[in-house]
Design a protein around this ligand. Structure first.
Ligand code: BGC
Length: 402
């Protein structure tokens, strides 16, 4: 069977500023790294210097879209100062992409904050939302009209979970109460930012969303199956749909940005959301991070989104493997799953691989490589991986055959 995608389909990949640029000295992550609480990101891929080369490679790989993020701490290194150099840099990035026939999609918050913002209590303090809105206004004014796609916030729930509940990312809290407070403020910030961007854009064709991470939760089939069903259900509701329901009800998403990586088994625990079952009785293929590969989960979750009646863009999907052919398999099987969802009526308008470049994988450092392009972190030499050429072929045909 051959499935052809619409001619306007966005094909490309994603990156985030902190993970590729290097030397983001004013970010809260950098502050933690200096205190030796995290692996140092150092120069990352030096994308801030080499973005032209990277965009040229994206063009050679037939990308017609690329998702990148702006680093708030670079644009506002101090509370009262906006760095024109950084704003001009990001505007240039958007223009250079456009000149290459690549539609830019800009993420305005991808896990990192300026140090000064964190010191003021960050997302736990409602009045700090105004700082975020000033940054958004300034940045969006610089990027309009060349950018038509904005992601206000990347994976709010993942950010809250790791930063406010598990405490393994900045700001490092371990508190449900603070997590809930921060999430409420982020929801308010997204709502206000949506309205502000719309007001400033004054154009029908500005598309705004968040990137929502989705995980396919399944009850562990061993012991207490009935209870595991319950816990997998509560986890699914809370992690996958709670936020989307809320933002959709408020009418502040023009499309659904979806990040999908894996499935997770859930078993009973003292907590209402159960806990992950990592036992070896689950025989799925795992990537280098131990994530269970599941294209079936991808199509199942995508079809569940039809209820929102909004177009979907896959803002991240990818894997890290030591064997290139496993990346090619992952890519093929996930695009096939996407095609199945498409045939069943899902309005999907784009697919972006995570990531364009091997990069800094947060608390895991540099060992896990998600890129279409290999980066030598000593010389910063880029080399296109074989599976990226396979992706190019799918893009060139705008179709998949299986
Ligand atoms: C994040 C990326 C991250 C990727 C792989 C996504 O959840 O948005 O920043 O690198 O997962 O872990």
């Amino acid at each position: 069977m051959r499935v052809t995608f619409p001619s306007s389909f966005l094909w490309g990949s994603s990156i985030s500023s902190y993970q590729v640029e290097g030397n983001n000295l004013h970010s809260d992550w950098y502050f933690w790294e200096k205190q030796k609480r995290l692996v140092p990101s150092g120069s990352a891929c030096r994308h801030y210097d080499f973005f032209l080369e990277d965009f040229e490679l994206a063009r050679q790989l037939s990308h017609n879209s690329l998702r990148f993020s702006t680093e708030w701490a670079r644009i506002a290194p101090q509370e009262t100062f906006f760095a024109e150099e950084a704003l001009t840099h990001y505007a240039r990035q958007a223009d250079e992409l456009t000149q290459r026939g690549i539609t830019p999609m800009v993420t305005l918050h991808h896990f990192t904050n300026p140090i000064w913002f964190s010191k003021k209590g960050g997302w736990t303090v409602a009045k700090n939302i105004d700082f975020f809105l000033s940054y958004i206004t300034k940045t969006v004014d610089t990027l309009l009209p060349s950018v038509r796609y904005f992601i206000i916030f990347n994976e709010p729930i993942v950010y809250i979970y790791n930063g406010f509940i598990r405490g393994i990312w900045p700001p490092g809290y371990k508190s449900f109460r603070l997590g809930r407070k921060a999430l409420n403020n982020i929801v308010t910030a997204c709502t206000l930012a949506y309205k502000e961007i719309k007001r400033r854009a004054q154009k029908e064709d500005t598309h705004i969303s968040i990137a929502k991470n989705l995980i396919w939760f399944l009850p562990c089939s061993r012991h207490n199956l009935g209870q595991n069903h319950f816990f997998s259900f509560t986890r699914d509701r809370a992690f996958n749909y709670f936020l989307l329901d809320k933002l959709c009800k408020m009418g502040v998403l023009d499309f659904l940005g979806v990040n999908y990586y894996y499935k997770q088994y859930v078993k009973n625990s003292m907590c209402i959301f159960g806990k992950e079952c990592k036992d070896s009785h689950h025989k799925d293929r795992k990537n280098t991070l131990g994530w269970n590969v599941s294209p079936q989960g991808f199509s199942t979750l995508l079809l569940s989104l039809k209820r929102y009646g909004l177009p979907v863009i896959i803002t991240e999907n990818g894997t890290s493997e030591n064997d290139d052919s496993l990346c090619a398999d992952f890519l093929f099987n996930h695009i096939k799953a996407l095609a199945h969802a498409f045939l069943q009526g899902l309005d999907c308008q784009g697919y972006m691989w995570w990531s364009l470049l091997d990069n800094f994988e947060w608390d895991k450092g540099y060992a896990h490589r998600f890129g279409l392009i290999d980066v030598d972190f000593n010389t910063f030499k880029r080399s296109v991986k074989p599976f990226a050429r396979y992706y190019k072929k799918i893009i060139d045909e705008n179709a998949i055959t299986f």
